[in-house]
Design a protein around this ligand. Structure first.
Ligand SMILES: [Zn+2]
Length: 292
């Protein structure tokens, strides 16, 4: 799944480069990815202008005049800009080609060449794209996760505390639950817990008020810093910038020099520093007793 900072960077780039353009071509290479809730296929988009692109949970919705295309990239889906004629990638699922923008915003001549392609690539073929009537994607998986937007004003410390109160699971499982928070993935859940000094296996109900306040500040700080950093690097939209992360996929803690550990939390690997994020209940493996 793309993480929020990646998705917001993609969204900015898509808006800059293809918003307002008219579809000139389309190709579907992996029909398994594309689901149509209207009769037809991507050719229905030909001649339509792309009015806007918006994010809804971990999906992007492309609003063409009269039809919407909602894309949920799942685990491995990614977008890429290409020039028409460029060789197809092995992972190419579908492509939408756009006419060059006209100076006065008028509709381009249908015979005019397409000069830019938006490609959707998916190595795992797990992503899903839905072509729907306007607004008809609201009930589709991955578009209405229901969690509180962690970048919004609604995400206050008190809101987080009240969410945590009702949870019987471990804090890392809570952080990546899209029904609770919109949204953190594996990478930023690790970063947030490191920043807050919390062990990933801490049960939510064992968190003190201070812990929760620290967690809230960490979510806010880590995510805003990451969004700025990803935007500043301004890499192509198929590149995930992750080299500035502190614990995820790291070996040595940048704060104390201890060896970073990996632990399974609900079948997913969590990276953490055993010294900076000590376990809080008996029964945990005490990593602090192992060699640095
Ligand atoms: Zn450490």
């Amino acid at each position: 799944m793309p993480e929020l900072p990646d998705l917001l960077h993609v969204l900015t780039q898509l808006r800059e480069r293809i918003r307002g353009r008219v579809v000139a071509q389309e190709r579907v290479r992996e029909p398994i990815i594309l689901r149509c809730t209207v009769a037809g296929n991507l050719s229905l988009l030909l001649g339509r202008r792309l009015e806007e692109i918006t994010r809804h949970a971990h999906s992007l919705v492309f609003r063409f005049d009269g039809l919407d295309l909602a894309v949920n990239p799942m685990l491995a889906g990614r977008f890429r800009f290409a020039t028409p004629g460029e060789r197809d990638e092995a992972a190419l699922a579908f492509a939408i080609g756009f006419h060059a923008p006209t100076a006065d915003g008028a509709r381009p001549d249908p015979q005019a060449a397409c000069d830019l392609e938006l490609r959707y690539l998916d190595d795992k073929k797990m992503g899903k794209a839905y072509l729907t009537a306007p607004g008809d994607w609201h009930a589709l998986p991955g578009t209405e996760a229901g969690g509180v937007d962690i970048l919004s004003r609604e995400f206050t410390p008190e809101r987080l505390i009240s969410l945590l109160k009702h949870r019987g699971d471990q804090v890392r499982a809570f952080l990546i639950d899209k029904r609770a928070l919109d949204s953190l993935g594996n990478a930023y859940a690790d970063e947030v817990l490191f920043e807050a000094g919390l062990n990933p296996k801490t049960p939510c109900r064992r968190l003190s008020r201070d812990d929760a306040l620290r967690l809230h500040a960490a979510i806010d700080n880590v995510m805003r810093t990451a969004i700025d950093e990803v935007a500043r690097r301004n890499q192509p939209i198929d590149v995930k910038v992750r080299d500035f992360l502190k614990v995820r996929l790291r070996e040595i803690c940048p704060r104390c020099g201890a060896k970073i550990r990996k632990a399974g939390v609900r079948g997913l690997d969590a990276y953490f520093c055993p010294h900076c994020q000590p376990a809080t209940r008996p029964g945990f493996v005490d990593w602090t007793k192992t060699a640095r």
